[in-house]
Write a protein that binds this ligand. Structure first.
Ligand SMILES: NC(=O)c1ccc[n+]([C@@H]2O[C@H](COP(=O)([O-])OP(=O)(O)OC[C@H]3O[C@@H](n4cnc5c(N)ncnc54)[C@H](OP(=O)(O)O)[C@@H]3O)[C@@H](O)[C@H]2O)c1
Length: 389
């Protein structure tokens, strides 16, 4: 594959000693995964990158793993609908720059930017084709570049692998067995979250956090979130309430999702199929538009307030921004995730196994997903190892 260099490397890897998730992590049972078929305790998992003779898994064992030059992954070499996606078994494993680590992908999540990019909407600033799509990853570090200081092989990490979502995003994304990522874009996976939950978070939670910060949101302020049930909105509700200390959180969704909004912390859940939020008397310090209703959004903001727009038209005083990936945001939010104050929201149709990525995209592209659509398991060796336990 052009510009994706082939490499064969032997990596010494200590088995992870950190249990990922041994208990049902969430209370939002309808909309989140409480258990995943294969995600029981991963204590003493040996990550078998290729079929080498495994040593016994003991706490002191050091195993040698070989990173192959080719891997399985989803690729497209022309822009278009889901049918341009091909599942290939000879995708080149990306090389690792000095500031990067190679991650064995366990779970990946889909974002609307993945399909918008695949449709060619960002061609002017996109990386060259062919593309392995995928921004969100949760997995295990198997190799580190020379300048990497804080991560080592065996670390369980998560992150959004492309610093700029639209400006030269990675050509070799997370919907493959390996992806190379700058250390600064990753954080250690919260101990209580499994890989599915961790993969669901990075791009969406970083967008929510950056949007709230850019809007100057702070304790005691009120906020209206347009599209509270999607990937970004479901986390924005929680961050506004639990991290920023909102005095009032209102959010929109269709009828069947109003209870979810309330369970996430919304004080007011507005059914957009029955009520027009701009006709309601309330005004807000901040309006967070995660659906493309910027022109209506500015009508319900208080004077001097902010309107953050993620997509679609922007009217003054609204502003739009594109998320910048940074692992430090995830590290900052890890305590809230570990305490359970902020929870991953996984669409009930998730996770989709790696061979059903087209189906996963078709579903996301309906615009009806609740929380995040996750792909898991991604790496077969990892699954076999888990099943053997
Ligand atoms: N600028 C950035 O950096 C940035 C970052 C992330 C995302 N985005 C963009 O932000 C948008 C949201 O992303 P996302 O990942 O949250 O999307 P998503 O998860 O695909 O959103 C799906 C949700 O949208 C809801 N929805 C549909 N029509 C609605 C309406 N009229 N009012 C309220 N909710 C409605 C659906 O709920 P119902 O089934 O109830 O309708 C569904 O639960 C996308 O356009 C994405 O590209 C931008």
């Amino acid at each position: 594959m052009e510009a994706l260099l082939s490499s064969t490397t032997t990596t010494t890897l200590r088995p992870s000693l950190t249990p990922s998730s041994t208990k049902p992590p969430l209370s939002l049972s309808t909309f989140t995964t409480t258990t995943h078929k294969l995600s029981k305790s991963n204590k003493n998992i040996r990550l078998r990158v290729s079929a080498t003779s495994p040593k016994p898994a003991t706490e002191t064992a050091v195993d040698t793993f070989t990173v192959p030059s080719e891997m399985k992954g989803w690729v497209y070499d022309e822009y278009g609908g889901v049918d341009v996606l091909k599942y290939s078994s000879n995708v080149t494993v990306p090389s690792v720059n000095d500031d990067q680590v190679l991650v064995k992908v366990v779970a990946a999540a889909l974002n609307p930017v993945d399909f918008k990019r695949r449709l060619g909407k960002f061609q002017a600033t996109d990386s060259a084709l062919p593309t392995v799509p995928g921004y969100d990853v949760a997995g295990v570090v198997v190799k580190v570049g020379k300048q990497v200081k804080g991560l080592k092989p065996g670390d369980e990490v998560y992150g959004d692998i492309s610093e700029k979502a639209l400006d030269g995003p990675k050509q070799s994304g997370s919907l493959a067995e390996y992806t190379a990522v700058e250390e600064k874009l990753l954080a250690l996976k919260p101990k209580n979250l499994d890989f599915v939950q961790a993969a669901s978070l990075p791009l969406a939670i970083e967008t929510a956090y950056e949007g709230l910060e850019r809007a100057g949101f702070s304790e005691g302020k009120s906020i209206l979130i347009l599209n509270g049930a999607g990937g970004v909105g479901s986390l924005t509700i929680q961050l506004a309430k639990q991290v920023f200390g909102a005095s009032k959180v209102a959010a929109t969704a269709s009828t069947s999702k109003l209870e979810l909004l309330k369970s996430l912390g919304a004080d007011l859940a507005i059914d957009y199929t029955k009520e027009d939020f701009e006709q309601l008397p309330d005004k807000y310090d901040v309006v967070f538009d995660a659906i493309g209703q910027g022109e209506k959004a500015v009508k319900v903001v208080k004077e001097g307030g902010s309107v953050v727009v993620l997509t679609g038209a922007v009217s003054p005083p609204g502003f739009r921004f594109v998320v910048t990936s940074t692992g430090s945001t995830l590290t900052k939010l890890n305590p809230y995730l570990e305490s359970g104050k902020v929870k991953a929201v996984i669409d009930p149709n998730s996770p989709f196994p790696i061979d059903r990525v087209k189906e996963a995209f078709s579903y996301l592209e309906t615009g009806r997903a609740t929380g995040k659509v996750v792909v898991y398991p991604v790496s077969e060796e990892y699954i076999l190892e888990k099943l053997a336990q």
